[in-house]
Design a protein around this ligand. Sequence first.
Ligand SMILES: [Zn+2]
Length: 177
Amino acid sequence: MDIVSIKCPHCGGMIERQPNTYFVKCQYCGGEVCFNEIKEEAVIGEYSDKIDELERDIDVLEEKERKFKRWFKAKNVTLTVLGLCTFGVFTFFGLTKDDDNTALMSIGGFFLVMVMCIFCFVLPIISALYPAYDSVTKKKNAAAQLKQLFNLLLTGIAVCSLGALLAYVLLSALGVV
Ligand SMILES: [Zn+2]
């Protein structure tokens, strides 16, 4: 879109329209003018406040969406780590079945501590960070966060079962179990 000159509907002065602008204050009379895209003319504008308000609402929504995306990413990373650690616990303890290999035992122990930390601390923290707000009071929605904690603990157990199953498959393939 090129810069076009349009007649001010308030005072008749010529106003320049920059590309992608929809509102302008007339430089001669200070009147608010908005552009009619189709007719390529300027009309008296009273909507810029309303548009500002809508843009603010959109900003709030976009920020909310970003928060949700970050939260889901953190949740998925944690659950993946949980699954890998469970796999590690069973694999390394399984490998030490017949002999007292302290190196393997301590690796297994490390993964066990990680699994317990994720269940006791990380999952509750992630639930508490669930970005749910009451749109009227702007207060955190405790019920939604409690529901997330319940969901996360159940999902965590499912992920651990999967990790244990995969470890069992691996140990079977190695002929350990
Ligand atoms: Zn004017």
